[in-house]
Design a binder for this molecule. Structure first.
Ligand SMILES: [Zn+2]
Length: 237
């Protein structure tokens, strides 16, 4: 009897842990491309730091996100292997203007802010301009992920390991237009111009911008990160 009771308790506790993430996950549409490999690396929604213990800088950043209309939740601090991890991670469920992000997107606040600003000021207006339609969804291929650069053994730590980076692969418009970063539209075509605008402008909000043509690892997505370098140097290739 005691054992039965214990089992019931475990079931109820398990359901309570899973439930809050289910409703959140319903918005997500699966992406058939590489995703962060270890979901268990991502923080636990239930144990996020209360607002009162956050540094002022972090609170200010979150309040800017809210003002911009970003949908996000704080998750538990991520302690990864070695230098991997995020002190105050956020799970970003939606970008300003109702733009959805596919997949589970975990970033630090500053990276989330850069992404939100780029969406509002560049990606959404570019969709209107090129396709006379609303940008409704972006497929992200990786956010937090504890690994080396380009997953190469012995390479430096990737900015993905710090929650500083995001990989974006496809853009969906309300009229059904899909722009896939892996595609190669002809020069002058709206899709080509759209991709160029997105990539060029990203260098204003992020400090690293890579994509098709940068190297073999970025042929199907844009990589944006906010790595800080000496003298504010930016690497946009
Ligand atoms: Zn990347």
């Amino acid at each position: 009897m005691k054992r039965l009771l214990l089992n019931c308790f475990a079931l109820v506790a398990g359901a309570l842990l899973v439930l809050p993430t289910l409703s959140f996950a319903q918005d997500y549409i699966p992406v058939p491309t590489p995703r962060p490999t270890a979901t268990e690396q991502l923080g636990d929604l239930l144990k996020a730091k209360p607002l009162s213990v956050l540094p002022q800088k972090e609170r200010a950043c979150r309040s800017r996100l809210r003002k911009m209309g970003v949908r996000f939740k704080a998750v538990e601090r991520i302690h990864g292997k070695g230098k991997c991890g995020i002190k105050y991670p956020l799970e970003i469920a939606g970008l300003p203007g109702g733009v959805k992000l596919s997949g589970r997107t975990v970033l630090n606040c500053r990276a989330g802010e850069a992404l939100a600003e780029w969406t509002v000021k560049t990606a959404a207006p570019a969709a209107q301009k090129r396709f006379k339609s609303k940008l409704i969804r972006i497929d992200q291929y990786a956010s937090y992920d504890c690994r080396t650069r380009n997953s190469q053994p012995g390479a430096k730590i990737s900015q993905h390991s710090l929650g500083n980076a995001i990989d974006l692969g496809r853009f969906h418009m309300a009229n059904g237009t899909i722009v896939d970063v892996a595609s190669r539209p002809l020069p002058g075509m709206p899709k080509r111009r759209f991709m160029k605008t997105l990539r060029d402008a990203a260098c204003t909000y992020f400090t690293t911008v890579l994509g098709p043509g940068s190297d073999v690892h970025h042929k199907d997505h844009f990589h944006f990160d906010i790595a800080s370098r000496r003298n504010g140097y930016r690497y946009c290739k």
